[in-house]
Design a protein around this ligand. Structure first.
Ligand code: PNS
Length: 162
């Protein structure tokens, strides 16, 4: 049984994340989406909001489960007995951070492999940060996040303006 983790902040989930989730779910028996509960990052969405959005958007994928985690990714991976970490690579700018993350995780837990998937070309510019930046100025985010996420993100910025 190959259990893989796709970890991230998902603040919020974008079309780029969903694309990796769909493709990665075909490569393993079970894909656990690990949503990082890191209050230091001061996320726009609470951990419950992020988990609930991802659950709704992946409910049609039978071998995908959503879990939140705190602390080190390697500890979470050990706890759930995952053998593989999946990370998406958009451009060379991602590489430096990702190789450091993968290698430090490998040193800590040698049995755990990190596999990189190239982001689809049409999402290579996309990040949660880009989506939030556009939303914060009232921009069109329909090409960035699924329709279900749009009112949630807009509500966050509307409530901030009041
Ligand atoms: O979506 P992100 O924010 O790029 O995801 C980053 C994430 C969550 C994969 C990474 O920050 C992480 O694994 N954090 C958990 C803490 C940890 O294990 N840190 C060691 C890395 S040096």
């Amino acid at each position: 049984m190959k259990r893989a983790i796709y970890p991230g902040s998902f603040d919020p989930i974008t079309f780029g994340h969903l694309d990796i989730i769909k493709r990665a779910s075909k490569l393993c028996d079970e894909l656990i989406i690990g949503v990082l509960n890191n209050k230091q990052k001061n996320p726009l969405f609470s951990i419950d909001e992020r988990v609930s959005m991802i659950k709704e958007l992946t409910e049609n994928l039978d071998n995908v489960k959503v879990r939140c985690f705190e602390g080190l990714l390697v500890d979470f991976a050990k706890k759930i007995d995952a053998q593989v970490i999946i990370r998406g690579l958009r451009a060379v700018t991602d590489f430096e951070n990702e190789i450091q993350l993968a290698q430090s995780n490998k040193v800590q837990y040698p049995e755990l492999e990190t596999l990189f998937m190239t982001t689809s070309l049409k999402y290579s510019y996309l990040s949660s940060t880009v989506a939030k930046e556009f939303a914060s100025y009232g921009g069109d985010i329909s090409l960035f996040v699924p329709p279900q996420v749009i009112p949630l993100i807009e509500a966050k910025f509307n409530s901030k303006e009041k």
